[in-house]
Design a binder for this molecule. Sequence first.
Ligand SMILES: [Zn+2]
Length: 351
Amino acid sequence: MNFASTNGSNQKNGDESGDGSWVLGIDLGGTTIKFGLFRGDKLIWRNHLRTADFESLGSAFQSCRDSVEDTLKESSHSIEDLHAIGLAMAGVLDPKAEALAETANLHRWHHLNFRQQISDVFQKPVALLNDADAAALAEAAHGLCRANSLVLLTLGTGVGGGVILDGRPIRGANGCGGEIGHATIDFAADARMCGCGFPGHLEAYAGSAGVILTANDRLATSDAQSSLRNMQALTPLSIANAAADGDTIASEVIEQTGILIGRAIAMFAHVVDPDVVLLGGAMTFGGPGTDTGKQFLKSIREECFPRTLVQISSHLKIEFATLGNDAGIVGAAHYARQVADETSRPGTAIR
Ligand SMILES: [Zn+2]
């Protein structure tokens, strides 16, 4: 993989040389549509749109197409050279209707047929996948910990999950495969309620609101001094900062979160037996470059490994994800190429 990690919009990766077909990766979120134009494995150009600027999703996709056409023209190509499109989006995708069946942030788009929407605008083959699957596929194919079988947990407001088996994302019969955030980890009668309406799910403890609840619970039951007591609004970042400054309660909150994630990994590791489990998303308590992030990862490993069969624990790597915000468009483009290559083989049924 040879893509630059740039920050602003409308940026080009200088060298446009390289073989391979053109593929477009789109990452559709609640507030922005990110898209990246790839040639082979190389990100040539990327941009993003604010969905609020458009009356409809169709008009946003049309604007996306106009930008893609302009960019292809600049390198003496045309939209005819675009091979396929991959669309990654948050939420549960109904595999039969190819529509959003469940999501926290994109309610206004429920039941839209996204493949049809994009096909109408681009007249190209479109492959749909969940955004966590896209990120997992990107990490499996192009991240620092490449692997044939990989699980990615995305930690943020919610806890998303993507499972790659033999190089392909799995979503299951109803589009819910890999929804690790909704696995039950607390069976007690007073287990916390998850945002989905069911009790005891991992997300209720390891999503950002859950982490803040854990902190408030600790503060209420402990007499220990803590800078968290003086904060008006706790956030996972303020908890990580306090832990970095030596705050014991903040460190305990991070450790407790790691323990619960470690237990969840110990459970699904016996279903998937992956080479690698990655932690990504905005809520990694500082991530790999910080002591709090390293402590978080250590607590996950120390809880997980003693609970797993030695054949798993002796090989399993648990690390932070490495592709950041690019993972959605990289994974979407990779999946588009994967599906297009498979369906172009003689005798292969179109999916
Ligand atoms: Zn849930």
